[in-house]
Every structure is written in structure tokens, then in C-alpha cells.
Design a protein around this ligand. Structure first.
Ligand code: DUC
Ligand code: ZN
Ligand code: ZN
Length: 476
């Protein structure tokens, strides 16, 4: 007799952003079709006794195979990056399609599809990075791409080749308002960083450690406040990404208290790393160089406060891997002469969920439901994927991770599947681990063994974000 289910996940504790319940999950044609106790057998049954049954992780801030200037290359292809994501309990990733100066946004998107399509182990969509907001881009390409399902874009306030000035940011925000898209902002003050970098180099302070001093919290706070002010002017929602500590978090909280639709994101590096990690001998500190930089214990506490109290809606990895030992990575030929040549970014796509679970849920800082919201549901809501993704509900994609809350693991490069040759979390102990990852009803990783196939992940055209409906141009 044929079963009404292709797959039944049996005997686990199902957790969503709002509920925790003992029930089985029935899956047919890649969708969740039943949630009830004692479902009849499926064509395949998976025993989840003693495990948490969670929505698959959605990592909405990852950089994969992104051009990084002529001299350095990122360590992941879409194949390795999404494999690493799957082993880390994720079923969807949202990398960036970066427009290089002089390139059309359409061509940038085409390039990324050529890199990703047929290569991925988990589902994926693209945010757009706008680095050259020409009239053609603002008037034609960006609106058309939003209609095609690329419903969020990132602007940078720093980095020589990427930064937009305030006028350009206002132009991009205006398009977002009219199209109903969400703008993500990398908030650091470019001129202040240049000024400080020059001063530090003049004083011979060139080791990776000084990357932190070149971009102190005030640099991030000023840019965060400016981004909020620009968004208020245009009256458009924005997401301040990778918030590293109190000063920026408090700007976002202040804006939210004023009724502005300002959203926030933080990342594992701001919870468990500090500036001191960049102080290793023989360039070891380069392993931790990312922007904004990890700060201090008080900043970590502020980020927890943001996660616990709802200032931050999403917790992402900002995965941006470079190989440590290679000249195309952290050992850029000029990296010993100054921290400014160390490529910014660290790997973290596979370790995001275990770190937040262990430090947050196991240690009693956040509930398991908040964990689900921060790692899956809110990402789906903010980026136009809900309720198809990000929850366990009838009709949703059967994107599920079976989670062992008691498994103790010491994080180590040897366990991981990314293309980097190190993890910044080497030796870090976690309690709680993703054991099985299921994408649209197909098991991709089972008890730590790869079962899925490259190309099993498909492109996601996204709806408009929930909090950003299209509106008439602002009137001033
Ligand atoms: N900083 C970014 O802005 N993006 C990727 C990684 C990093 O460190
Ligand atoms: Zn950034
Ligand atoms: Zn980033």
C-alpha cells in the first residue's frame, strides 16, 4: 500500500518561533502536509526521539564567491559554501550579487547565476549590492530586478570600491520605497577609517590588532545614525547589518522607540570574539579580521541585550571566508606591512547555529523559540520568504533540521566543510548540534553524513519583505 507521506519525522519536539509541541511531521511533495501525533508510516520514517525538530536555518547574510579586488579570492565556491551551510543546519542562504563599478546590475546578477545554478546543496536567493547607482540602474534595472524577485539590496558606507555617498544612498533608498524593497546598510564612516588607518600606519601600528583601532565603535555609531537619518528622510525601512556593540545597537533602539522601521542584525563574531583575538603572533590575528571588528566583553553583552530584547531581528553569519595561509587570502603579500591589506571577512556559515544555540539557549539567555525566530523565521519574514520558508506549518516547504540539544562538540577546522583552511572558533566548546538537515523533504545531511546532491538547492525568487510595501515617491 502506498503511504500518504513521502517522509514522516517521528517522535521529536517541534519548535517554531511561537510554539513548542510533541508531534510528528508528515511531508509530501516537498511540503509539510501534516502535524499530529502518531501519523501513519511514510514511505520513509526518520526517528527524531530526543531531538528538536526546527525550521532549517536561513542565513541571510553570506558572501560566496564574491569578487574582492584583483589580488584576493574568497575561499568558497557555491558548492563548498552551501555544503558547509547544510552541515551547519541551514536550508536557505542569501548571498550577495555584487555589482562592480562600471558593470550593469543585470550582468552582475547573470554572473552570480552562472556561478551558483546547479552547484548548491541548499536553496538560495540573492541580495543585490549596488556600487554604481547610475540613472539606468536607478530608473530601470533595480526596479525590474525587484519585480523579478531580488527584493533587497545592500549599500556600503565604506570600502573604496563599494561605498556610496549620502546622495547616492538616498537615491537607492528612494527606489526601495517605491518598489517595496528592503535596504541593508553596512554602516562605517569611510573617511574616519582612512584618517585613522593613516595615523596608525605613521606610528608603526601595522599589525592585524590595529584593524580594531582603525574602525572604533564611534565610526560605526556615526554611520548607523546617519543611515537611520537618511532612511527617516525618505521614510523607508532599513536593516543595519553586522552590529558589533552597544553604541550602534543603542542608535537602532532609539530609532525603533521613535517608531521608525529600523531593523538590526548581529553575528557570532560579536558574541564570542574580541579585539584581543586579532593580537596573535606571526599574523595569527589576521584570522579574525572582519568589519566591523570584534570589540570587547561589554560589546558582547550589548549584542546579547539586542538579541534578547528584540532590537535585533536576525542573527546571521556574515560568512566571508579567506584562506589563512595563502597570498590570495589573509597572507596577502603586503599584509605584514599593514593590516589594511588583510582581506576583511571570516568564515562562519557552519558554526552560526551551534554558537547561538550553545551560548544562547543552553546557557539560558534566549528561549528555543527566540532561537528559531533569530535564525530562521525572521529572516524569512524580513526577506520575502515567509511562510514558504522559516517555519514548520502546513503548506510550508519541508525545510527542517533535527537538532541534538545535548551533543557536545569542540569546534575545529577538521569538522567543517567550508573552503577556508581555518575556523576562527577553533577549540570553542558548544552544546547542541545539527544532526540531520532536510531540504524540501529530501535529506541532505543525515547524522553527519552527506546524502544530498549538488544542484539539489534551487534559486528562490522572493516576495516583497513584509515590512516594506511599495509606496508613492516621498514628497518633501
Ligand atoms: N565585512 C564586510 O563588510 N563584508 C564581509 C566581511 C566583512 O568583514
Ligand atoms: Zn558589510
Ligand atoms: Zn557582509
Amino acid at each position: 500500500m502506498t503511504s500518504e507521506f513521502d517522509l514522516v519525522i517521528r517522535g521529536g519536539t517541534v519548535v517554531t518561533a511561537s510554539d513548542t509541541m510533541q508531534c510528528d511531521v508528515g511531508v509530501r511533495d516537498g511540503k509539510i502536509v501534516a502535524l499530529a501525533a502518531n501519523l501513519p508510516p511514510g514511505a520513509r520514517d526518520v526517528d527524531a526521539t530526543g531531538l528538536l525538530v526546527l525550521p532549517g536555518g536561513i542565513d541571510s547574510h553570506v558572501h560566496i564567491d564574491q569578487p574582492n579586488g584583483p589580488e584576493t579570492v574568497q575561499a568558497d565556491t557555491f558548492e563548498s559554501g552551501t555544503l558547509s551551510a547544510a552541515f551547519g543546519g541551514n536550508t536557505t542562504v542569501l548571498p550577495f550579487a555584487l555589482q562592480q563599478k562600471g558593470q550593469s546590475l543585470r550582468d552582475a546578477v547573470r554572473d552570480y547565476h552562472a556561478k551558483a545554478d546547479g552547484e548548491c546543496y541548499v536553496d538560495y536567493g540573492f541580495h543585490l549590492i549596488v556600487s554604481d547607482p547610475t540613472e539606468q540602474l536607478l530608473g530601470q534595472d533595480l526596479p525590474a530586478l525587484v519585480q523579478d524577485g531580488y527584493t533587497s539590496f545592500k549599500v556600503f558606507m565604506t570600502y573604496e570600491d563599494l561605498r556610496l555617498d549620502d546622495r547616492q544612498i538616498l537615491d537607492v533608498m528612494s527606489v526601495a520605497r517605491e518598489q517595496g524593497a528592503l535596504v541593508m546598510v553596512h554602516a562605517e564612516n569611510f573617511d574616519a577609517i582612512r584618517f585613522l588607518t593613516q595615523k596608525l600606519e605613521n606610528e608603526g601600528k601595522t599589525a592585524p590588532l590595529y584593524h580594531g583601532a582603525s574602525r572604533p565603535a564611534v565610526v560605526e555609531r556615526e554611520a548607523t545614525h546617519r543611515a537611520i537619518s537618511l532612511a527617516e528622510l525618505v521614510d523607508v525601512p532599513i536593516m543595519i547589518v553586522h552590529v558589533s556593540g552597544r553604541e550602534s545597537m543603542e542608535q537602532i533602539r532609539w530609532a525603533q522607540a521613535r517608531g521608525l522601521k529600523i531593523y538590526g542584525e548581529t553575528c557570532p563574531q560579536y558574541l564570542v570574539l574580541t579585539e584581543a583575538d586579532m593580537d596573535g603572533a606571526d599574523m595569527e590575528g589576521a584570522k579574525f579580521v572582519c568589519s566591523p571588528p570584534p570589540r570587547d566583553v561589554a560589546s558582547q553583552e550589548a549584542c546579547w541585550e539586542g538579541l534578547e530584547t528584540g532590537v535585533f531581528q536576525v542573527f546571521s553569519s556574515d560568512h566571508c571566508p579567506f584562506r589563512f595561509r595563502e597570498a590570495t587570502g589573509k597572507m596577502h603579500p603586503k599584509a605584514r606591512s599593514s593590516f589594511r591589506w588583510v582581506p576583511n571577512g571570516i568564515p562562519g556559515i557552519e558554526t552560526r547555529l551551534p554558537i547561538l544555540f550553545s551560548e544562547g539557549v543552553t546557557k539560558g539567555r534566549i528561549s528555543i523559540n527566540r532561537f528559531v525566530a533569530l535564525t530562521a523565521t525572521n529572516h524569512a519574514r524580513m526577506y520575502g520568504l515567509y511562510p514558504r520558508k522559516g517555519t514548520i506549518a502546513i503548506g510550508s516547504d519541508a525545510d527542517i533540521v533535527l537538532w541534538d540539544p545535548a551533543r557536545q562538540v569542540t569546534l575545529s577546522q577538521s569538522l567543517l566543510h567550508h573552503g577556508a583552511d581555518y575556523t576562527p572558533y577553533e577549540g570553542f566548546d558548544v552544546t547542541g548540534w545539527p544532526v540531520t538537515t532536510i531540504l524540501r523533504g529530501t535529506i541532505v545531511v543525515e547524522n553527519g553524513v552527506l546524502c544530498g546532491a549538488k544542484g539539489g538547492g534551487t534559486f528562490l525568487s522572493r516576495d516583497l519583505p513584509e515590512q516594506a510595501k511599495p509606496r508613492a515617491p516621498a514628497v518633501f
